[in-house]
Design a protein around this ligand. Structure first.
Ligand code: SF4
Length: 315
């Protein structure tokens, strides 16, 4: 039986949700900084070199002044991984209340732009909280009594799309769709490249879209999918994305994508649902693990795609 001594307190949830959002808004993760530096070293076009230099300088200034790295907040959201043995004071209703409050508080404290509006009336509550906002998605982990929350401030709104392919379309069809999506957004700077591209392949339509976003936002730049066929496709798509030459902010150059991550889900035998999402150059995300004793650890790698999350059969 879980006693109150082993329940995660709401005070710890509140602190973790607030600080994870502050870190996401202000601090560019080390993997992204390194990827921008590598891109700058490789870049052959002067204008793209200049823009990459400005991105790195902006990242340093954001930390020095504790201010958001981009004037556009994107859409704050949470990905929550729950240990199978975890319990929370006030339950998950209390947990979600703290998450919503943290978004409102950090919006005010960091003077983040209030982006969330009613889709018809455009009424703006002024705090990035509203109907179904921020979204909170869950996954679970065996043999753990902690709860982890990853705050993501997702930009690149115009870089997402979905297409239903037939099996005969194959890998060429997937590549065609990626090119169509990148060209409709990158050339006009609508997704603010260089981006991390997430491709969701298979499952149902809603799963493909969901996994494309998670692949864009919750993998680590430079990692590979454990399935060698999927990893090979990631490499091919990455090469293709950068051969477009759209470059940083669409000014033309060698780096359009910092990475391409593909996630798969078993799908209907008659089709290949495919979705593309892009995580813009404001690569904003931070993770907090809240332990049962109230201790909080912050880190950059969300560790979202665990073997349990990607499980394949009946254990
Ligand atoms: S797409 Fe990203 S970098 Fe561009 S304005 Fe939006 S949040 Fe900022």
């Amino acid at each position: 039986m879980v006693t109150s001594a082993h329940r995660i307190g709401l005070d710890a949830v509140s602190r973790a949700a607030y600080e994870a959002n502050r870190l996401a808004a202000v601090v560019l993760p080390g993997e992204a900084t390194n990827a921008f530096r590598d891109a700058l070293e490789r870049e052959s076009k002067p204008m793209a070199q200049y823009v990459l230099g400005q991105i790195l300088e902006n990242a340093d200034l954001a930390v020095a002044e504790n201010r958001p790295m981009c004037g556009d907040t994107g859409l704050p959201r949470f990905y929550v991984k729950v240990g199978n043995e975890a319990a929370i004071e006030g339950g998950f209703v209390g947990f979600e209340r703290e998450c919503r409050r943290a978004v409102a508080d950090i919006t005010q404290d960091l003077q983040m732009r209030a982006n969330r509006v009613h889709p018809l009336t455009r009424q703006n509550p002024g705090n990035n909280v509203g109907v179904f906002a921020p979204s909170i998605d869950y996954s679970f982990e065996p043999d753990a009594d902690w709860v982890e929350l990853t705050a993501v401030h997702k930009g690149g709104l115009f870089g997402s799309d979905y297409r239903m392919l037939f099996p005969a379309d194959g890998i060429d069809g997937i590549k065609r769709f990626l090119l169509d999506t990148l060209s409709s957004s990158a050339r006009r700077g609508l997704s603010c490249p260089p981006v991390v591209v997430g491709v969701g392949l298979g499952g149902t339509k809603d799963q493909a879209v969901r996994f494309s976003k998670e692949a864009a936002c919750l993998r680590v730049i430079g990692d590979s999918h454990p399935d060698p066929d999927v990893a090979k496709l990631e490499d091919e798509l990455m090469e293709l994305a950068n051969r477009t030459g759209f470059g940083v902010m669409g000014v033309g150059g060698d780096t359009t994508a910092l990475d391409v991550n593909v996630e798969i889900a078993y799908t209907h035998t008659g089709g290949i649902p495919v979705a593309v999402s892009q995580f813009c150059l404001a690569y904003r995300r931070a993770t907090a693990r809240i332990h049962a004793d109230g201790a909080i650890e912050y880190r950059e790698d969300p560790r979202w795609f665990t073997p349990y999350y990607r499980r394949e059969g009946i254990e």
